[in-house]
Design a protein around this ligand. Structure first.
Ligand code: PMP
Length: 352
């Protein structure tokens, strides 16, 4: 970059999202979307919202959605913050809550947006290695820091940290904000939202993109102490007063109301995850124990990049990361039974 703006953005290393190919016949298992689709009640709610009221700005507080979330988790709506996808919620957190004179801690193998936000908002960071078995060790988070963030379950490993260990991290860091990014928690984890009244330094971030199958609607939220939420509201109001449009608010409220659909989707994903894990293991893969809607697996002989390329030739897309320690792994989103069978067949046909 040679123009004047290069000094502003030239050094930024932006996040690279997983591919979103347009070909309808591909088996897309690369970006952890939910194969079951949104609740029919969500579609209906959005359709009902398609009228003349679209000329009006939406509620800047998104109060109906905050009420729905607060009701679902048994908290006060003043403890809820909502944003345009949890990526935006995380951006506000990095901008407003994790900016100190000490480094923010996060795992070395984790959601790759964290280092991107650190670059954008000039937040110092320190990466903490995972254990041999790709787990977060709470002991490693007992060191001076300007905040802590980790996904639980972690991504892309899928490994889950029990709430007692999450609590140990929070208790060891009373002067830091501890952010638990629970994008995948509904697929077998326990949410730390139940701890927010006990720990004023805890902020739990979630999304409607995964268990509620609404990645296209872009809705995320955070739950925490009222003061933390007030701080996030100030950042939001300095950025965009209307984080969610009318359709997103209506759809998201309906998603929280349809508990039955939510449970049906989560149980379906969990069932398929266990089946896929067993079948992959039988084909010579090591599969990390996952509580997410994906598995992280490596074959005992074949390089991950080769398997990903061969699958792609057969119209199946999985995620491969060319990074130290995990370059032999594939992150495979749990699909429908049919998609998972297609994956297993392709693996069987090509290699085994
Ligand atoms: N956190 C983690 C750990 C994720 O994997 C993702 C999805 N890529 C997000 C947050 C962001 O989700 P969204 O912006 O769709 O809410």
């Amino acid at each position: 970059m040679s123009k004047y703006w290069s000094s502003l953005v030239g050094e930024l290393k932006p996040y690279v999202p997983g591919e979103q190919p347009k070909m309808a016949n591909l088996v897309k298992l690369n970006t952890n979307e939910n194969p079951f689709g949104p609740s029919p009640k969500v579609i209906e709610a959005i359709q009902n919202e398609l009228d003349d009221s679209l000329r009006l700005y939406p509620d800047p507080e998104c109060q109906a959605l905050k009420d729905a979330i607060a009701g679902h988790y048994g908290v006060n709506s003043k403890q809820v913050f909502v944003g345009n996808g949890s990526d935006e919620v995380l951006a506000h957190i990095f901008q407003g809550l994790l900016k100190h004179d000490k480094p923010v801690l996060f795992p070395d193998i984790t959601y790759s947006f964290y280092p991107v936000y650190c670059g954008l908002y000039q937040v110092e960071s320190k990466v903490i290695p995972l254990t041999e078995s790709f787990e977060i060790n709470p002991e490693d988070y007992k060191q001076p820091n300007g905040g802590i963030i980790f996904p639980n379950p972690n991504a892309p490993t899928g490994r889950y940290l029990g709430l007692e260990h999450v609590e140990a991290i929070i208790e060891a860091n009373p002067d830091s904000v501890v952010v638990v990014d629970e994008a995948y928690v509904d697929f077998g984890g326990e949410t730390a939202i139940q701890l927010v009244d006990r720990y004023p330094n805890l902020l739990v971030c979630q999304t409607l993109s995964k268990a509620r199958s609404l990645a296209g609607l872009r809705v995320g939220f955070a739950v925490g102490n009222e003061e933390l939420i007030e701080a996030l509201n100030r950042v939001k109001d300095s950025f965009n007063s209307y984080p969610l449009d009318r359709l997103a608010i209506a759809g998201a409220v309906a998603a929280f109301e349809d508990r039955e659909w939510f449970e049906h989707c989560c149980n379906g994903v969990i069932r398929e995850r266990e089946r896929l894990t067993e079948k992959l293991e039988a084909k010579g893969f090591e599969v990390l124990p996952s509580r997410a809607n994906f598995v992280f697996a490596r074959h005992r002989q074949k390089p991950g990049a080769d398997i990903a390329a061969m699958l792609r030739d057969k119209g199946i897309i999985v995620r491969h990361f060319n990074k130290p320690r995990i370059s032999d792994f594939l992150r495979i989103t749990i699909g429908t039974p049919g998609q998972n069978n297609a994956l297993l067949k392709a693996i069987g046909d090509v290699f085994f």
